[in-house]
Each structure stands twice: as C-alpha cells, then as structure tokens.
Design a protein around this ligand. Structure first.
Ligand code: DP6
Length: 328
C-alpha cells in the first residue's frame, strides 16, 4: 500500500526539554501544546521490493545524510513490529518554508508514523501512534492529536505510557498565534543536542524536572477554564525557564537572535497598553505570539513593524494527523 498522511506542527505552551531515556526517547517532563492549523507536513510511504536502502525525498530533494539515517532508524521500528522487511520510499513535503527554521520534527514524525505504520499493514490506535511518533521526536507524539494536547512523561521503562492525549478539541477555545519570522536561516543546534547538553551540565536541570508537574497542573486548569491571562503568563514562564536552562549548560545554548529579544520586549510593552499578548519560543529564533482573535490583526501589524522581523504568519488550533490517501 502507498499511504499519504498529513500532520500539523504544534507549539508547546509548557515545554518538553530533557529525556529520561534516550534510546526510547522518553521525556523527563510532560508538556502541553496546541496543534497548529496550516503548518503541516504531508508524507507518502510505500514499502517496495527491489530497494537496497530506504529512500527519502524531502521537499523534492533526495536526502542521503543524517536525515535519511534518522528516517531509517524510525522505519526499522516499524519493520520490527510489522514483520515487513522491505525498504521504503518516503516522500515528504512541508507546506511552510523549511529554511525559515520552522522545519518541524513534530509534524514530520507524526505524518511519517501514520503513513509508514499503515503502509506496513499496522492498524495502530491513536495512543499507539503517539507512542510510535515519540520514537521519532518527542514533540511529534503531540501532533497526532488536534487542538489542545497533553504529553505524559510516563513512568514505565518501556515507554508505553509516555504518550500524548487530547486535552480539549480545537473548537473548545479560539485563540490565535502570530509567528514572527526573524531569520530564514536554519538553526544550528537541534533540540536533541541542546537538551542533552542541559541534562549533562546545567545545575538548573534538577529544578526544571522537579517543578514540571506543578507547571503542567496549573496550565491544565488555566486552559480548561479558558483563562487567557493565566495561560499566557504560564506560557511565557515555561518558555523563559526552558531557555534559561538551555543557556545554563556548558556550553550554553542561546537560541535567540537580537530580533527575538526585540519582539519579546514589544509583546511585554503591548500588554502595558492593555492588549493581552504573550510570547513563546522553541529551540530557534522565531517568536510565537499568543493572542485573542479580536487582536490578531493589529498584533500582526505591530510585529511586522519591528526592525528585523521578516514576515508574520497567522495560525490557530488545528487538526491531528490524518490519512488523506491510500492506494494499492
Ligand atoms: C523546545 O521534540 O524536537 O520545541 O525528542 O529530541 O526530537 P526530540 O526533541 P523535539 O524537542 C522539542 C523541544 C521544544 C519544546 C517542545 O516542543 O515541547
């Protein structure tokens, strides 16, 4: 079977940073995210006779280096579970510019988990799909679901409870996100490397792990109560806490550029004028601004006027992973 799946990216409001087991990619902390409409990856997989190696076509370009190695390792998990021994041909396209540093392992591995597992004849439940996607990338476990999602750290050594689950569907609450693009260059230190460094060398790491459950519980109730101010404050808090942790490693990692900092200040000044807006940033320099629908347009204009901001994308809660085509 040739299976095409589509998955949206997501942004964590309470961040995942650090692993309790690298082999199974088990997170050291839980996280809470929003799946993002319109920032998606579409992936087609087919296990084929006659292939010597897996093949990866990423945005039309044949990949051979680390990207292919990562995909092959992931496909090996599916081959082991399904008993299919054939190599696969994988074609993956992002509908957003990869070079903008928005290239998301979350949408990529959620789409690949869905398309490759089905192409291998597996019929996984959403929970199993989330567990599989996590093996590819921790944040991908969350992109299996739409709307507001919680990822559990889990306790079991085999990782079967380190999975995401829906917290509230996308229509539960209409919030918006404006994404300020501050560079078109791809980031230099990926999340996996960054979080490994933090765990190995930051004196803040134990405190990050110890306080995670409290942050998660507070965010969960704020979200379910639709308390925008609380959700926004907690998002900024978790973001700055994660970045402080990344910066405090040896070597420390600074994911921001000068414009990221300008945008953070601008968002905080905006709040002083009475407009509710809050920022969050992943392992890169782009800034995502959380806002309410009635303020979205003026916030977009305000962000566009900040020197160094190249352009601004608008997004909102979106759907989970979907199979969009299946052919023999
Ligand atoms: C800052 O999911 O990319 O975006 O599991 O090593 O692939 P791996 O890491 P990844 O890390 C995401 C880190 C983050 C925060 C988050 O999305 O929770």
């Amino acid at each position: 079977m040739r299976i095409t799946a589509k998955a949206n990216s997501n942004i964590a409001l309470i961040k995942y940073w650090g692993k309790r087991n690298s082999d199974l990619n088990l997170p050291a902390v839980g996280s809470i995210s929003v799946t993002l409409e319109g920032l998606s990856t579409q992936t087609t997989t087919r296990f084929e006779t006659g292939l010597q190696n897996d093949r990866l076509l990423l945005n039309g370009k044949k990949e051979s280096g680390p990207a292919l190695v990562r995909i092959t390792r992931f496909l090996d998990i599916i081959r082991n579970t399904s008993g299919v021994s054939l190599k696969a041909s994988v074609e993956s396209n992002n509908n957003f510019p990869t070079a903008a540093g928005l290239a998301s392992s979350a949408s990529a591995f959620a789409a690949l988990a869905a398309s490759a597992s089905k192409a291998a004849g597996l019929n996984l439940s959403d929970a199993q799909l989330s567990e599989l996607a996590r093996r590819g990338s921790g944040s991908a476990a969350r992109s299996v679901f739409g709307g507001y999602v919680v990822m559990h750290r889990g306790e079991r050594p085999d990782g079967s409870d380190s999975i995401a689950e829906p917290l509230a569907e996308k229509n539960f609450w209409d919030i918006r996100l404006c994404i300020a693009i501050t560079t078109e260059k791809a980031k230099t230190i990926n999340s996996t490397v960054g979080m490994t460094q933090s765990k190995a060398s930051s004196v803040y790491y134990p405190a990050w792990v110890d306080t995670a459950e409290t942050d998660l519980a507070e965010m969960r109730s704020a979200l379910l109560a639709k308390d925008f101010q609380k959700v926004g404050e907690l998002s900024e808090y978790s973001c700055l806490k994660m970045h402080a942790l990344a910066m405090s490693g040896r070597p420390g990692v600074v994911y921001w550029n000068g414009t990221s900092v300008e945008v953070m200040h601008a968002v905080q000044s905006l709040r002083q004028t009475g407009i509710p807006a809050y920022f969050t940033i992943d392992a890169g320099p782009q800034v995502k601004v959380l806002c309410l629908p009635e303020d979205e347009n003026r916030i977009k204009v305000m962000l566009q006027e900040i020197p160094g901001v190249l352009r601004v994308l608008k997004t909102r809660p979106g759907d989970g992973v979907q199979i969009i085509e299946a052919t023999e």
